[in-house]
Write a protein that binds this ligand. Structure first.
Ligand SMILES: [Zn+2]
Length: 359
């Protein structure tokens, strides 16, 4: 058989053997549409309902070598939800993780979670359209995700977490739904999508950011923020997103501290620099973050309730203080930074807290 015949044979196989054709954009659009229709049926909502939030990892996850972003079109087409309206968000997940969709109704607190059966996407559009919901989704679960409801119905709340009603994504979707329902600012929600889950740690990043922006505002196009994250915790992910302070562009250097070092500088939250890249100089703040104060104010410090509730509850109860970073953040030291000092702080052989003289 010559090369031409072999190519023709391959084309014929792809055209005529069911299931051999690769899934295309239309299949993923249809997938998003199927997820939305199922959720609309189960939660009983119509297109354009402002009580609905959708979360998904579509666009990050890759199934059978195919990217999944077209599913977002299907969701928007059916429900009207969109990033522009702040009611459809893409949650960061590693590309090999399961593809899922989640819909939440803030009026009732009810939510539907749908996890995709990754084995059925390698079909033609017509074949895919013919599949039932139970073939398309390996898991369809409905549970109440409203924190007040869950705390008043502890058995249901326990079951939701223990049985992984939302596919193990409870730590993401429950706090996200509740802060969204309590009108959390879009910039906060958008940045937390990058963090995978939503927790008091990533929320502390918002307070630290607000504090720095107030004390050292950016006023010049040559300026940017650089973070010497020492020690690091969940806050770094919000700062990277908000300030475009990424390690790849030398906007952030991440270093851990030993327990002894942490005790020597209690509540230390890192070094924050407003750097002028033209003048090659900057202003730095060494900051502390008081998580005890946060626990006291939110009533979660000595939490006696269900273990799953304290973090989401803390996030919801911190929302009224979003514009009062001084409640939690304070300055340990202020200093001027030149190029040589910046280089020392970034150098693996140096200790940044010793460079700035707080250790
Ligand atoms: Zn976190």
């Amino acid at each position: 058989m010559n090369k031409l015949r072999i190519s023709a044979a391959i084309v014929l196989i792809l055209v005529f053997v069911p299931g051999m054709a690769l899934a295309d954009k239309a299949v993923f659009e249809e997938l998003g549409s199927k997820a939305a229709k199922t959720a609309m049926e189960q939660l009983k909502f119509e297109k354009g309902d402002s009580n609905i939030l959708a979360l998904t990892d579509a666009g990050h996850v890759i199934v059978d070598g195919q990217t999944t972003q077209a599913a977002l079109n299907g969701i928007t087409a059916e429900t009207g939800l969109s990033l522009g309206d702040g009611n459809l968000f893409q949650i960061l997940r590693a590309y090999w993780k399961p593809l899922w969709f989640y819909f939440f109704d803030k009026k009732t607190g009810e939510a539907v979670y749908l996890q995709v059966n990754s084995k059925i996407l390698n079909k033609s559009l017509d074949e895919f359209k013919a599949l039932s919901d139970n073939q398309v989704f390996s898991k369809i679960t409905k549970a109440n995700a409203d924190l007040d409801y869950m705390l008043n119905h502890t058995d249901e709340g326990n079951a939701t977490y223990n049985n992984k009603a939302f596919g193990g994504n409870e730590g993401t979707v429950v706090p996200f739904s509740n802060v969204w329902a309590h009108d959390a600012p879009f910039d906060f929600l958008q940045a937390t999508c990058f963090h995978d889950h939503l927790c008091p740690g990533v929320t502390s990043g918002y307070f630290l950011a607000k504090y720095v922006e107030e004390k050292l505002p950016i006023t010049d196009s040559s300026e940017s923020y650089k973070v010497i994250s020492c020690p690091n915790w969940c806050k770094e992910d919000l700062l990277q997103m908000r300030w475009d302070a990424t390690p790849g562009k030398s906007g952030m250097f991440v270093m851990a501290l030993t327990d002894t070092e942490k005790k020597a500088v209690p509540n230390i939250a890192g070094i924050y620099i407003r750097w002028n890249d033209t003048a090659k100089e900057g202003d730095a703040l060494v900051l502390r973050y008081n998580s005890t104060q946060s626990g006291d104010l939110t009533g979660t410090a000595n939490w006696k309730g269900p273990s799953w509730a304290s973090k989401p509850l803390s996030c919801v109860r911190l929302l009224p203080y979003m514009d009062q970073p001084d409640l939690f953040v304070s300055t340990i030291k202020e200093l001027k930074v030149d190029q040589s000092m910046l280089s020392q702080m970034q150098n693996a052989g140096m200790h940044p807290l010793k460079v700035v003289g707080v250790l």
